[in-house]
Write a protein that binds this ligand. Sequence first.
Ligand code: PLP
Length: 405
Amino acid sequence: MPGFELWGAEERKEVNDVLETGVLMRYGFDGPRQGMWKARELEAAICQTFGARHAQLTSSGTAALTTAMSALGIGYGDEVIMPTFTFVASFEAVLSVGAIPVLVDVDESLTLAPEAVKAAITPRTKCIMPVHMCGSMAHMSELKAICKANNLLLLEDACQSIGGSYKGQFLGTIGHAGTFSFDYVKTITCGEGGVVMTNDEDIYEKCDGFTDHGHDHKGVDRGADLHPFVGYNFRISELNAAVGLAQIRKLSTILEIQRRNNKMLRSYLEKIPGIRFRVIPDPEGDNASFLSWFLPTEEMTRAAVAELKSQGILAGNFYWYDNNWHYIRKWDHLKYAATLNNINPLQKEALDKLAEASFPDSDAIMSRCISTAISLTWTEEQIRNKGEQMVAAISKAVSEAAATV
Ligand SMILES: *Cc1c(COP(=O)(O)O)cnc(C)c1O
C-alpha cells in the first residue's frame, strides 16, 4: 500500500528545492520562487500519468471529495449513494456539503452492489459514489449504465486505488470526477494531500476556485482576482506537492512490486481449505495494495483472527467487520448524528433512519473478510515465511471451528 516505504533521496531533493527558495505557497511570489512550481508540476504529472484532462490538488483526499461534490453542484437535499464499506471520509464529505449519504450494500467485490444501488434510487438521488476499496475497483460498467439511465452524476472515490484501472482507464478518471488521497498511508503520498481529476473544464475551473477562496485565478495579480462564487481554503502546500512529485515518479515501481508480492502471497493462501478471494471486476487493473479473502463462516474468520493474534502474526491483516473506521456496523457517530453543530433536517431524518437500518447482505460478506496489506519491502523469503505461517495458523483455526459446529 504505502509509498512511504520508498521514502528516499528523491523526495528529499524535491522538498529541498522548496526549502531553498522558501516559497511554501503554490500561488504567487513569481520572482522569489525561481521557477519552482511544485503543485503545478504535480498536477501536470497527474494528468499525464492517469490520462485525466484536468487535475486540482487539494490539502487532503477528504477535501478533494468535498471539492468535487461542490463543483458537481451536490448540496442540500441531494442524496449520494455510497457503500457500507469505505473509509469514514466518504460520508464526512457528503455531510460537509449538506447532502445525504445513502448507504448501500457491497458484494464480494467489496464495492457497491449494482442491484442494491438501483434499489436505492429515489427522486432525490443526485450522485453515485463508488469507492474503489483496498486497491481494487467497483463494477464500473454497471454503475455507469445506471447513472446514464437515471441521469445521475458518477463520482469515484479512488483514494485507495491510485494506479488501478478498469478496462484500460485509470480509476478516478472514469466518472464525472474522481479523487485520490495522498495521505501518509496511501499508494503514493504527499504527507497530506489529495486531488480531483475530471475531463470537464467547467468542473475543473470550479474545483480550482473552490480550493482557494473562490479566486478565479484569471489575472496576473492574485490580489485583484474576482470571486465568482464562495470557496474555501483546501490548498496543498508546495512542500507537500514536492513530496508527491518524487512519489509519482515511483508509482510504476510501486505497482510492479505490489502486484508481484500480492501474487506470491496469494499462491500460499490458496492452500487454505475453503478460502475464496475477493471478486475483482478487472483483475489486470488491481493496484494490489491488499489481498482480500473470505473464509466460509464468520466463526471461522473470527477463529482465524484469534489464531493469527495468538501467534503474533496478525499485524497487517485487517478484519474490517470489527473496525470502527471502515464499516457501517461501528459508525455510531454517523448513525447517531454526533456532529458538533446542527445538521440540516433532511440529513437528520436520513441518519435517524440509518440508525434503525440493517445490512444483512453486507454483514454476510464483511464478517467473513480479511484484507492483508501488501508491503513493498518484503523479500521473497519473508513472503514465503509469512505465507506458510498464515496457512498453518488459518487452516488450524478453520478446522477447529469446523469441529465445534
Ligand atoms: C484515505 C481516504 C480518503 C480521505 O483521504 P484523506 O487524505 O486521509 O483525507 C477518502 N476515501 C477513502 C476511501 C480513503 O481511503
